[in-house]
Design a protein around this ligand. Structure first.
Ligand code: IMP
Length: 180
């Protein structure tokens, strides 16, 4: 049913799995001997973080933070609203923020600064998708799954008007879906 709204598949389920294996190996190597705290940004991080975690061979903790940056449309408003804060202190922790996509980078910039302000020892970002053509803030995530062109995508956590997060791949939405 959802598939009829998709113009093309940009990142397939298999590609996402391969990305998670690669990123998992890299992060496992980089954080060996450390006990990182992975902070997933809700709601978009859910499928990606679940898949990625399986490939992290580390003593690590996982926490979630609720962040809203889009409010129903396909363009960023630039407002970053924290809808659910962390339950634990981050002082001295090595944090890896898990994100679905970095577009303008406003969200990740605000959250990174907040966690550093709260005393985190280090803050890095792992994102499934990077859309550098959308940048407004100068920010380069350390771990990038795949770089995509400036198109509005849905699936694997990414939504349009809260829908399509449950698609098992990342696809480009047909324009008629959001112009009607
Ligand atoms: P940024 O602050 O512009 O980098 O936006 C990051 C957030 O915007 C992501 O976590 C998504 O929730 C949302 N976002 C950015 N691009 C897209 C897209 O193409 N589709 C769906 N959501 C997007």
């Amino acid at each position: 049913m959802l598939e009829k709204d998709i113009k093309k598949v940009l990142v397939s389920t298999q590609e996402i799995e391969e990305i998670c294996v690669r990123l998992g190996e890299q992060i496992t190597k980089d954080y060996s001997g450390k006990k990182p705290l992975m902070v997933g940004l809700l709601k978009g991080c859910m499928p990606f973080m679940s898949e990625l975690m399986k490939h992290l061979d580390l003593y690590m903790e996982v926490e979630l933070m609720g962040v809203q940056s889009y409010h129903g449309g396909t363009a960023s408003t630039g407002d970053v609203k924290i809808t659910r804060d962390l339950d634990i202190p981050v002082k001295g922790r090595d944090i890896i923020i898990a994100e679905d996509i970095v577009d303008t980078a406003k969200t990740i910039n605000v959250i990174t600064k907040l966690l550093k302000y709260r005393g985190a020892n280090s803050v890095e970002v792992v994102t499934l998708l990077d859309k550098p053509a959308g940048r407004v803030v100068d920010f380069e995530p350390k771990y990038i799954g795949i770089t995509i062109p400036k198109e509005f995508v849905v699936g694997f956590g990414l939504d349009y008007d809260e829908m399509y997060r449950n698609l098992p791949y990342v696809g480009v939405l047909k324009e008629e879906v959001y112009t009607k």
